[in-house]
Ligand binder design. Sequence first.
Ligand SMILES: [Fe+2]
Length: 261
Amino acid sequence: MKFIHLSDLHILARNDVSRLPDAAATLRKVIDEVNTYHNDAEICIITGDITHRGTPEQYENAVDILSDLAIPYLIIPGNHDIREAFCDAFPTTETDTHGFVNFGQTFNGVRFVMMDSVVPGHHHGTLCAQRLDWLRDELTAHRDTPTFLFMHHPPMAMGLPFMDTIRLGAEDALGEIVSSNQQIKHLFFGHLHRPATGSWLGVPFVLANSTQSGEPLDFRHEKEEELQDPNPLGPGYGIAFADAKGGLRYHFNFVKFDMQL
Ligand SMILES: [Fe+2]
């Protein structure tokens, strides 16, 4: 089963090019590639930061650009989104009984669990008691189904001081759930804007590219304004294959884009 992974779109309002590279142009380029080379994928998973500031105008533009995708998509919010405006923009996206964007769907025998890690008004994330309970219930209901877990914020420190300060809280509570549910075969996050992999508590994870641009790969500075990167990273996305036992092959791909535009 083939799927596409997009993350950190950071779309602005139509014709707003106040941040470069132009996130609408890079996303269009990614979508063109997906439509040309990967329209056989079953689903596109989008792990948050759909817009840059969560305004209705930004969502309107994002919805419009995403309507060009030739394959269906599942979407969750990130720290740059505003949940209410997000839900208004994507009304068919499921929410749980508390209004969090938490839902699961099964593809070729693998359960894709999508979670809302947003803390309104903050850049770090969390899974509050209600969301942790939802996840426990979801996993209990599908105990024998290999599961992929998707959310915007990674719980683990990656050695990047700035990003590490705004990762997911609730690290211990999520860790306990991951450790006690052996059906969780892979974890997927956005937020870092960098292709990275590793394992956490014995479970492998992927951190996705941003469809706009990479965050600086700066292992020294904690303040965002001090970050340096001698090798700025352009826009990209992931192409993934899942087998029915929850095994994963994942390709980080980059699109050619003139970063001066
Ligand atoms: Fe982001």
